[in-house]
Design a protein around this ligand. Structure first.
Ligand code: FES
Ligand SMILES: [Fe+2]
Length: 386
């Protein structure tokens, strides 16, 4: 809770104090962060420099890059990115900024053998090397071999594509190793991308992460959509680790089996969806039949840009089963969006300082996420250097 002595501290200093306070509290005293954690422009800048640019951030799914030449473009923390499978089959995340005067080299998504900047037609191959630069041959300052598109560090995990903007992050896999044990039998890396779309909600990126990751709201907010499948009372907290948190959304025994089941699934696994968040920006609801995932990034403190998609066991984007699952996702997304956009308004009020969190199985994931942010900001016994 904020006290009187914090009144004249800056927002950023106050939030550091709040995180430092929570970093040493036991889980039984879990307490939500105050409103300005979700609304402060100054704190978002700190998050971007101290956490997001240093982390592995998910930007898409390799189902978007199936064939050589397939590409998609996206924006991440003011960086323009071009994700491409080059003609040799290598997946790369390139800067989508022309080395000449800075135009975007590619737009949207598609398949290309080369990328031609539309401003003055500098032309790059799919690995980012500059191949054509009209009328530049005799310029003494021009070295074509040094004008390729810069490449960012990237990794693929379970089919999702991650990028590290500052290039110094430790490998991703060890941070999510324990999670792989929990989800192994669902064989996520064998599922096909069957749906992808983009959206923007008027809420803070962390509020969306927390909403996706907690099961406390399932029965109340999703009374007719998710409550009949995964009611709040059946949520079970998953173990969590350095790079993730999660819970098991267990199925109501009266709900029909969500087949087809992968033969490796145990009886328990056939009856729950592991819901997990890979810090800081990938959230996954992995059903026995389909997987919903959301990739998020902030667009200011009160807007979040979303790429969400569905993977399925069959490569069938137009099947009836796929369509009805996507429809279900759209329906509960609308319900979440409505709540989160109200929250974003309410969190600006002076009188809200954060409330007590529900027990571990329902909101322990939020507490894990707060602890993660505290660690990343240099607080608590497991602090990382800010
Ligand atoms: S800005 Fe791309 S060719 Fe000039
Ligand atoms: Fe929800």
């Amino acid at each position: 809770m904020l006290d009187k002595n914090t009144a004249d501290l800056s927002q950023v200093d106050r939030l550091h104090r709040e995180l430092a306070h929570r970093a040493i509290l036991p889980p039984e005293q879990a307490w939500a962060m105050p409103g300005e954690y979700y609304t402060s422009p100054a704190f978002l800048e700190v998050e971007i420099t101290q956490v997001l640019r240093r982390e592995w951030m998910c930007i898409g799914h390799i189902g978007e890059l199936r064939n050589p030449g397939d590409y998609f473009t996206t924006e991440l923390l003011d960086e323009q990115l071009l994700a491409v499978r080059d003609t040799e089959g290598v997946i790369r995340v390139l800067s989508n900024v022309c080395r000449h005067r800075g135009n975007r080299v590619a737009e949207g998504s598609g398949n290309a053998r080369k990328f031609i900047c539309q401003y003055h037609t500098w032309t790059y191959d799919t690995a980012g090397a500059l191949k054509v630069a009209p009328h530049m041959k005799n310029r003494p300052a021009f070295d074509q071999s040094k004008c390729g598109l810069p490449e960012f560090a990237s990794e693929v995990w379970m089919g999702w594509l991650f990028v590290n903007l500052d290039g110094n992050a430790d490998p991703l896999a060890p941070r999510v190793g324990g999670l792989e044990d929990v989800i192994a039998n669902y064989h996520q890396d064998q599922r096909y991308l069957v749906h992808m779309e983009e959206d923007e909600w008027h809420c803070n990126w962390k509020a969306l992460f927390e909403n996706f990751m907690e099961g406390y709201h399932l029965s109340a907010t999703h009374l007719t959509t998710l409550h009949p499948i995964t009611p709040t009372k059946l949520c079970e907290k998953m173990i969590s680790g350095e790079g993730w948190t999660g819970y098991h959304a267990c199925y109501d025994p009266d709900y029909p089996p969500r087949e087809p089941f992968h033969p490796d699934l145990t009886e328990y696994e056939r009856n729950n969806s592991p819901m997990y968040g890979v810090y800081p920006n990938l959230m996954v609801g992995m059903g026995t039949d389909f997987t919903l995932f959301m990739i998020i990034r902030p667009n200011g403190p009160d807007k979040v840009r979303i790429r969400w998609g569905v993977t399925g066991q069959e490569d069938e984007p137009t099947s009836g089963a796929t369509k009805s699952y996507v429809d279900l996702c759209r329906a509960f997304n609308i319900e979440d969006k409505e709540k989160l956009e109200i929250l974003q308004q309410s969190l600006k009020t002076q009188g809200y300082h954060g409330g007590p969190l529900a027990p571990d199985e329902m909101e322990g994931t939020i507490w894990d996420f707060v602890q993660y942010m505290a660690r990343k900001m240099g607080h608590g016994p497991d602090a990382e250097t800010p």
